[in-house]
Write a protein that binds this ligand. Structure first.
Ligand code: DX5
Ligand code: ZN
Length: 213
């Protein structure tokens, strides 16, 4: 099953609802929202107010990727904003298990993201509390970077590690027409695609090309 979750980081924020409509009519039923705090990563993007505005523009499943330090302090705001899945970073949380349980308790799917050079064995103690794992295939912080090939091995390991469990796995960063099939071949359910989709002249055609690549 191939699923693309368009990353709005690469969309046109002057007219975000138009870009959302374009990917929806191409077939997307989930969207990836990159929240950056200028601390866990150098850039700052947007916060809960924008997540809430996006939620009003669409019925898509919203996966909110929190690239923020001490995520527990802000979970309530992103829950209230209408996130369907909330993804915290294992490197940013002081107590991932507690954060994941809190997200689930609020009827939101709980996800963890893993930087490209973070050992995947850190997931072992928290597998029971996870609905989603986001494997970073670039160092988080900006769009348009090159896919780090060594993460393919990590993808295969995590697919094995989660066999028999109801955990969805996504891959984020540098996914494009050249790399997308390698990711799906590794057993991944969802690819996050930003620039390779929104920077295209024909978003709908590009969505189809990515699905068929
Ligand atoms: C990177 C973000 C990604 C980013 C992907 O820090 O988490 O979601 O938008 O962008 P592309 O597809 O351009 O690599
Ligand atoms: Zn992301």
């Amino acid at each position: 099953m191939r699923i693309i979750s368009p990353s709005l980081l690469a969309a046109n924020f002057k007219n975000i609802s138009e870009d959302i409509k374009k990917v929806e009519s191409a077939g997307a039923d989930r969207l990836h929202l990159d929240v950056m705090d200028g601390n866990f990563v150098p850039s700052i993007t947007f916060g809960p107010m924008i997540v809430s505005a996006i939620n009003e523009c669409t019925d898509c499943h919203l996966e909110t990727h929190l690239m923020i330090q001490k995520p527990h302090k802000s979970l309530d705001q992103y829950i209230k904003a209408g996130s369907d899945t909330i993804i915290i970073h294992t490197e940013a949380s002081s107590n991932p298990k507690e954060d994941l349980l809190y997200i689930r308790k609020n009827n939101v799917y709980a996800g963890i993201a893993l930087n490209p050079y973070t050992d995947e064995n850190c997931l072992l103690p928290i597998l029971d509390y996870l609905d989603y794992i986001l494997i970073m295939s670039v160092v988080p912080g900006k769009g348009g970077q090159s896919f780090i090939k060594s993460t393919l091995n990590k993808m295969e390991n995590i697919v094995q590690m989660t066999k028999g469990r109801n955990i969805t796995i996504g891959v984020d960063g540098g996914v494009n027409l050249d790399t997308i099939s390698k990711v799906y071949d590794a057993g991944i359910d969802i690819t996050i695609v930003g620039s390779a989709l929104f920077k295209s002249d024909n978003i709908s055609q590009r969505y189809q090309d990515l699905m068929n690549a």
